[in-house]
Design a protein around this ligand. Structure first.
Ligand code: FPP
Length: 243
């Protein structure tokens, strides 16, 4: 708890899974006549705050969209800076993750990342594999369409090998082949930066997720904004398509 307690009250109905599209780093930097890379650096501080807040409140699963399949098309300078930032973030946070019982997991294509980043990720995932208070999913080289495509490929292989009948392919079977297998779907999706888009994030998993688009740019997103979203979630009526 921060000194003096939170400015916004802690909500009672907590989500099991929060997913976040961390948008607005570039604009935050441009507004200050700084390079986009500086915006990402500032953005990684907001990541720390959100992870700590989830841990403190007891939210068990947090998925952050840190690098999409489309982000490879950004300039080599920006891609390299993001990869370096990620490696430094992992090195700096590993001890705290161990201390505070946080498990790191990656969704997306870890194999496409530079080898030093892969190494840092694999080491942190192995070191934190037994942790259970909070699972931090980093979506890296992740795309929702790619997730579904890879799932379809592995289901098709099972059918070809005669281990699965096409008639037996249910929604549960599809979900069990996605990167998020075994995890509950997100209850909340937060997108910072104001754009009303899903941007190829968790396309299957967001079917009934409550969406919160907020104008704040990601580097300015803090504990109070996060608590505000969690409080607004209290009054959302979730009907899952029922009357
Ligand atoms: C989108 O903002 C953000 C990204 C593509 C990268 C997100 C990365 C971080 C928050 C920092 C590093 C992450 C970790 C986990 C340490 P944008 O650049 O598209 O912003 P814009 O829409 O204003 O241009």
């Amino acid at each position: 708890m921060s000194p003096g307690g939170p400015a916004v009250g802690v909500p009672s109905k907590l989500p099991r899974h929060v997913a976040i599209i961390m948008d607005g780093n570039g604009r935050w930097a441009q507004q200050r006549l700084l390079s986009r890379v500086f915006g990402h650096e500032k953005g990684s501080e907001a990541v720390r705050v959100v992870v700590r807040t989830c841990r403190e409140l007891g939210i068990p699963l947090l998925t952050l969209y840190a690098f999409s399949t489309e982000n490879w098309q950004r300039s080599a300078v920006e891609v390299e800076a993001l990869m370096g930032l990620l490696r430094r973030f992992l090195e700096a946070e590993r001890a705290e993750m161990l201390q505070t019982n946080i498990r790191l997991h990656v969704i997306g294509c870890i194999e496409r990342l530079p080898s030093d980043v892969q190494q840092a990720l694999r080491r942190t995932m192995a070191d934190t594999a037994q942790n259970s208070a909070l699972q931090l999913n980093l979506a890296l080289s992740y795309g929702g369409r790619d997730d579904i495509t890879r799932a379809l490929r592995s289901i098709a292989s099972l059918v070809r090998e005669g281990r699965l009948n096409p008639e037996s392919i249910t929604e549960e079977v599809v979900a069990a082949h996605l990167d998020t297998r075994g995890m509950p779907d997100p209850d909340i999706l937060i997108r910072t930066g104001g754009d009303m888009r899903i941007s190829n994030f968790l396309l299957w998993q967001l079917a009934y997720t409550e969406i919160f688009v907020i104008p704040t740019l990601w580097p300015d997103f803090g504990r109070d904004q996060f608590l505000q979203v969690l409080n607004d979630f209290q009054s959302r009526q979730r009907r899952f398509g029922r009357a």
